[in-house]
Design a protein around this ligand. Structure first.
Ligand SMILES: *Cc1c(COP(=O)(O)O)cnc(C)c1O
Length: 421
């Protein structure tokens, strides 16, 4: 008998918490049963019932070349024959590292890990080890994976010591995490002053894409750069979403502001589980076995994962016009959605987010003004019309090279139809 998503979800819930391996997938906030996916190609994704959707999630960012890109798939297929993992050095690791360091000015050395979470966790340890300082400044509404120190956001919007956002995170794990307001340099400066000698780093999504899309305001990143220099803290750009997406050199290249360390995930693995952290040589030299900051991984630099990453990045390097194309598509979709809805639609490059509010959105508090009930209503109708967006207001729409103007027009028109019903 053919299975349905409903049947599978019932089975899944008995053996996996919430039926999923990552919470947003459960479709809880939109009150639906999640679609179980069978396959995907280009910008289309197919559930196990055989329904086709126009996919604006793209595995949450990695699929910038579209799903099942022929070159990536072929390279992976060839590589699989040679064995899946050795836990030893391979040429592929060197190749991926060289592709990045030789094309991104601010990265001299890089270390591969297995996820964005792991990249961030390791970069923070390195920043603390290098500066010999303890505190970390992060911004409300920025997501940096699920390591303990990063699971804090604002309690009351006041800039206080962080309170854990999740059960199981001790006060101790979170108390060195200081919270600032996105796009608000004064809030950062105040924390720097208060904790003068002890801020190891500022970590920031150089365009926030986990509270919806909230681009850095003019001067914000440059201001962070100077504050970090002034107070002897490292500047870390979390480029897990923006890296290789806004430009090959990520948000740093896009905005022309150089961080000390960068974290990667998502696109760097071309759909396989890869993360990485990298930056200036004298900082990276502190990582074990060269230096005293320990960090390791049994499957880090996995040959299959490296292959998918290499093939993806190679294509992005050899066809730089890809960025012009997807960025133009991003602006086109944003303009269209703005026109038909009157809502605030934030866009940068190939990232788009329609907020269900008419107020401008520049930080966490303004993002929270969005009508999430309105969102979930539209989400359900979009899905029924064959358009698959992330099941949360606070996620981006991700474009990839497979999208056409016609599909964007269809999307805009479908939104219009739903919003005027
Ligand atoms: C997705 C994401 C992470 C976490 O990466 P995982 O691979 O899910 O662990 C970290 N930072 C940002 C900005 C992200 O978008």
């Amino acid at each position: 008998m053919s299975k349905t998503s409903q049947q599978l979800f019932e089975r899944a819930q008995k053996v996996m918490p919430g039926g999923v391996n990552s919470p947003v997938r459960a479709f809880k906030s939109v009150g639906l049963t999640p679609k179980f996916i069978d396959k995907a190609k280009g910008n289309k994704i197919y559930d196990i019932e055989g329904n086709e959707y126009l996919d604006y999630v793209g595995s949450w960012g990695p699929m910038i070349l579209g799903h099942a890109d022929p070159k990536v798939v072929q390279a992976v297929q060839c590589r699989v024959e040679k064995g899946l993992s050795f836990g030893a050095c391979t040429e592929l690791e060197v190749e991926l590292a060289e592709l990045i360091t030789s094309n991104i000015q601010h990265i001299d050395m890089i270390r591969m890990v297995n996820s964005g979470t792991e990249a961030v966790m390791s970069a923070l340890r390195l920043a603390r080890g290098y500066t010999k300082k303890n505190k970390i400044i992060k911004f409300e509404g920025c997501y940096h994976g699920h390591s303990d120190a990063m699971l804090v956001k604002a309690g009351s919007g006041a800039m206080t010591f962080g309170d854990p956002d999740s059960a199981g995170v001790t006060k101790g794990a979170a108390e060195d995490t200081l919270l600032a307001r996105y796009n608000d340099l004064n809030s950062v400066e105040a924390l720097m002053k208060e904790n003068k000698e002890d801020v190891a780093c500022v970590i920031v999504e150089a365009t926030a894409a986990n509270m919806g899309v909230v681009p850095a305001a003019a001067g914000f990143l440059a201001g962070l750069r100077s504050l970090c220099d002034q107070y002897g803290a490292l500047l870390i750009f979390d480029e897990v979403i923006t890296g290789f997406r806004l430009a090959f050199g990520g948000a740093a290249a896009y905005f022309g502001v150089m961080p000390d360390l960068v974290t990667y995930g998502k696109i760097i693995g071309g759909g396989m589980p890869v993360g990485a952290y990298g930056g200036r040589r004298e900082i990276m030299e502190n990582v074990s076995p060269m230096g005293s900051v320990y960090q390791a991984g049994t499957l880090s630099g996995n040959p299959i994962a490296m292959t998918a990453g290499i093939e993806t990045l190679k294509q992005l390097l050899s066809e730089p016009e890809i960025y012009d194309r997807i960025n133009e598509m991003g602006a086109y979709l944003a303009d269209g959605l703005r026109r038909i809805s009157g809502f605030t639609v934030n866009n940068i490059g190939s990232l788009v987010c329609m907020f269900y509010t008419k107020e401008p959105v520049a930080d966490y508090d303004s993002a929270c003004k969005s009508d999430t009930v309105g969102f979930s209503h539209v989400f359900r109708e979009l899905l029924a019309e064959g358009i698959y967006v992330a099941p949360s207001q606070y996620e981006a729409m991700f474009l990839n090279t497979a999208f056409t103007k016609e599909e964007l027009n269809f999307t805009i028109e479908t939104y219009r139809k739903i919003l005027t019903r």
